[in-house]
Ligand binder design. Structure first.
Ligand SMILES: Nc1ncnc2c1ncn2[C@@H]1O[C@H](COP(=O)(O)OP(=O)(O)O)[C@@H](O)[C@H]1O
Ligand SMILES: O=P(O)(O)OC[C@H](O)CO
Length: 500
């Protein structure tokens, strides 16, 4: 009887379940979108219970549609949208508030207070992160401050906090296990990435009771088994956990220091493996834990772009310029270039390397000749420009000049975007045959823990390339295009509209 690893990829806009066979080929997959809540400008929330239901739905569908039985699943690996914070009642399992999503800006004021208290250096030294609403810590504080009676309940030990991995494992285990892995812990603003422990000073700074926090475990490890009631009467080991960007780094087999990948999903996330050495960034990158595997914790430098594929969704849903995200390629081809137009999609502020939480989106260079094609093209190009900002900053921090870029995520299906990315960076862009690299990473972490695969070498063996995009524009054109982008970002950061 064939055996499989099930990866659960719980992303910002959808949940997926994917079954991988022994050769890391996808045997079946299922996907389900869920509701996005935007209660106020800049706020983004999810219903954590709806997320859990969507995960149960895709786990069921992937088995039903493929005819693969639950007893054929050797282990489950979980990968997740990171930083998104859930606080729930330990006894009822009911969240006390919506999950506050990584993109959400509702903690700008808490961040301002932390800056005024001069906490920047302490936070950077201990966590590798910087002060921004992006990370979980201020979101937990916000929930405890805003939900009536929550702080007292948390202090009495009645409430639990988790990122989405923690929430899913807790539910899959029938409420038995409250854990996370190093990669997710390193995104909370509460975890000391050098000492590998929750940091008492940071917990005091944000007034978060330690009893709410999960235990932190390696990324490839048998944490628990599914409660039979939650997995078709089967007890299957849950054996891999990593935040989705770290899982993608693993799935791309970026195991050596200096190897990097960029994922083009809702946001864009560029990670470079720096091995067992955490590198402190001087250029707006984050230092983060890549994973804890084979008894070693390894680190990465990360550049986080908040708005990437979601800018294409905005073209589709907000402006109704396209019907589907893939149509953006056809429409953009209607113009030879962006005609001098620059779209800076700072819808929720700007992430790395600018970290401007008060900036808002802007468009520059409109003329009477500007068409829809220019508009769509400039929006696609904004993903590539933001990526170049990150790669330049990362090279300055690490001293490493990238020689190729490995890519994945929904938007890499767009050939026009990939070609422009290669032109702009002046390096080959390598797209893998299996685009589900994030899920593959989670599956590999789980498969290694249960002996389904023997070592990381087997992961590399199965890695196949679909297409390599090679640079094809002059240095002068590259310089001119990028100079326009730099001017556009500078002007965007100079404009801070008043918020409610
Ligand atoms: N052909 C395409 N061209 C441009 N963008 C695309 C294309 N296909 C999908 N996208 C974008 O990719 C994103 C979905 O990618 P995905 O990796 O599934 O995201 P996530 O994991 O963040 O939910 C969407 O924001 C969508 O707009
Ligand atoms: O859900 P994704 O793939 O957009 O990833 C979200 C990131 O993990 C946020 O840090």
């Amino acid at each position: 009887m064939e055996r499989y690893i099930m990866a659960i990829d719980q992303g910002t806009t959808s949940s997926r379940a994917i079954l991988f066979d022994r050769h890391t080929k996808i045997a079946a997959s299922a996907q389900k979108e869920f509701t996005q809540f935007f209660p106020k400008a800049g706020w983004v929330e999810h219903d954590a219970t709806e997320i859990w239901l969507s995960v149960q739905a895709v786990m069921t569908e992937v088995l039903m549609s493929s005819g693969i039985g639950p007893e054929q699943v050797e282990a489950i690996g979980i990968t997740n949208q990171r930083e998104t914070a859930v606080v729930w009642d330990k006894n009822t399992g009911i969240p006390i508030y919506h999950a506050v999503v990584w993109q959400s800006r509702q903690t700008v004021d808490i961040c301002d207070e932390l800056r005024q208290q001069g906490m920047e250096e302490t936070i950077r030294n201990k966590t590798g992160l910087l002060i921004d609403p992006y990370f979980s810590g201020t979101k937990i504080k916000w929930i405890l401050d805003h939900v009536e009676g929550a702080r007292e309940r948390a202090e009495r030990g009645e409430l639990l906090f988790g990122t989405i991995d923690t929430w899913l494992v807790w539910n899959l285990s029938g409420g038995a296990v409250h854990i996370t892995d190093y990669s997710n812990a390193s995104r909370t603003l509460l975890y000391n990435i050098h000492e590998l422990k929750w940091d008492r000073d940071l917990l005091a700074m944000l007034d978060v009771p330690e009893a709410m926090l999960p235990q932190v475990k390696p990324s490839s490890h048998i944490y628990t088994k599914t409660a039979p009631t939650h997995f078709f009467n089967c007890e299957v080991p849950i054996a891999g956990i990593a935040g989705d960007q770290q899982a993608a780094l693993f799935g791309h087999a970026c195991f050596q220091p200096g190897m990097a990948k960029n994922t083009y999903g809702t946001g864009c996330f560029m990670l470079m493996n720096t091995g067992e050495k955490p590198i402190r960034s001087e250029h707006g990158m984050l230092t983060t834990i890549a994973w804890g595997v084979e008894g070693r914790v390894e680190y990465a430098l990360e550049g986080s772009i908040f708005v990437a594929g979601s800018a294409i969704q905005w073209l589709r849903d907000g402006l109704e310029m396209i019907h589907t995200a893939p149509e953006s390629e056809e429409v953009a081809k209607g113009a030879e270039d962006a005609g001098g137009l620059y779209v800076v999609p700072a819808f929720v502020g700007l992430g790395a390397p600018y970290w401007d939480d008060k900036a808002r989106g802007a468009i520059f260079g409109i003329t009477r000749g500007t068409t829809k094609a220019h508009f769509v093209r400039a929006t696609l190009e904004s993903l590539a420009y933001q990526t170049k900002d990150i790669i330049d900053a990362m090279s300055r921090d690490s001293g490493i000049r990238l020689t190729e870029l490995k890519v994945d995520g929904g938007a890499v299906a767009n050939n026009l975007l990939m070609q422009f990315q290669s032109d702009l960076l002046d390096v080959p862009v390598e797209r893998p045959a299996v685009n589900e690299v994030t899920a593959l990473g989670a599956a590999c972490l789980a498969g290694l823990a249960v002996g389904f695969w023997n070592n990381k070498g087997e992961v590399i063996q199965n890695y196949q390339v679909d297409r390599i995009f090679r640079p094809g524009i002059s240095e002068e054109k590259r310089r001119r295009l990028y100079a326009g982008w730099e001017a556009a970002v500078k002007a965007t950061c100079a404009f801070h509209p008043e918020q409610d």
